[in-house]
Design a protein around this ligand. Structure first.
Ligand code: NAD
Length: 294
């Protein structure tokens, strides 16, 4: 069994680290928020005084932090203090450029590294069914895969440094666009006097079929487990969708990719967030498209 340092024990990190404990690993955890450390203790995670102390005794270091600037600042602190040859796994969702910088910091200190953002949300983190999208060398991926397994439903090696983050933001740009498309379909159906169920029954078995329709349907009824049935309680919060769409647009700009629907989706989610719905599920965008203020 392996000694793993886990830095960032928030909504995702805490249940992910708990699954590593359940798999028999020793987990040394750190977060800036005392309440998160108290929860971590309940999960059997050994709470450390700071990130450097957690990393010193670890063979593997996992970070689950808000954004690129947090990851780079933590890496600058911990990389010089890690065991030579230790494996660094960053599972935060961050921009591709920062991910590549994080790999470079790790390499400078003789460490292996993988960017491995996840899809599946807090439910997937608790159930140990996250999809990991990994970027890095074959050797680092081979070392990371068995560590990720207790937290994962699926682990995909997407390519070299930053490829995991690239896959994540491309996927979530598709998701943001497709949710708006499905929501617009339901709004038009309502104006045309077509029931939600009738549109669902046709589109779910026709060419309009997609995940936003059949798993995350933005109107209550056709898919009982979707957030629309619980007043758009997340789920996947609109603030996180906006974060990922912004990352997709930064990446599109620096790579010279033309993504006009990604740009439009970013604007629509920015307006939805600004109306006070940052904490609502992202499928609640349908209320914004209907012209509802609440
Ligand atoms: P969160 O805000 O709940 O957790 C982040 C944690 O990092 C916080 O507890 C914070 O205190 C801690 N932190 C920040 N700076 C730190 C530092 N210097 N040292 C130690 N701890 C520090 O966020 P989350 O929902 O757990 O998301 C984490 C990452 O996963 C984000 O990049 C997010 O985009 C991504 N993600 C989230 C979801 C989701 O559904 N919540 C799904 C997929 C991916």
């Amino acid at each position: 069994m392996t000694t793993i340092a886990f830095i960032g024990l928030g909504n995702m990190g805490n249940p992910m680290a708990a699954n590593l404990v359940k798999a028999g690993h020793t987990v040394l955890g750190f977060d800036l928020v005392p309440e998160n450390l108290a929860t971590a203790k309940e999960h059997g995670i050994t709470v450390m005084a700071n990130a450097v102390a957690a990393v010193k005794g670890a063979d593997v270091v996992i970070t689950m932090l808000p954004a690129g600037k947090h990851v780079l600042s933590v890496y600058e602190d911990i990389a010089p203090n890690a065991r030579k040859g230790a494996l660094f796994i960053d599972s935060s969702t961050i921009d591709v450029e920062s991910a590549r910088k994080a790999h470079a910091i790790a390499a400078k200190h003789g460490l292996q590294s993988i960017d491995a953002p996840v899809s599946g949300g807090t439910g997937g983190a608790a159930a140990g069914t996250l999809t990991f999208m990994a970027g890095g060398s074959d050797e680092a991926f081979a070392a990371a895969e068995p560590i990720l397994q207790p937290m994962a439903g699926r682990v995909v090696h997407c390519g070299g440094a930053g490829a995991g983050q690239a896959a994540k933001i491309c996927n979530n740009m598709i998701l943001g666009i497709s949710m708006i498309g499905v929501a617009e379909g339901f709004v038009l159906a309502e104006r045309l006097g077509l029931s939600h169920q009738a549109l669902y029954d046709v589109a779910s078995t026709s060419s309009g079929q997609c995940w936003s329709l059949t798993t995350y349907c933005p109107v209550p009824g056709p898919v009982p487990a979707s957030p629309a049935n619980r007043d758009y309680k997340p789920g996947f919060a609109a603030a996180l969708m906006l974060k990922d769409l912004k990352l997709s647009q930064e990446a599109a700009q620096s790579a010279g990719a033309v993504t006009p629907l990604g740009a439009e989706a970013t604007q629509l989610y920015a307006l939805f967030n600004a109306q006070g719905h940052a904490g609502a599920d992202f499928s609640g965008i349908i209320n914004f498209l209907r012209g509802n203020k609440s």
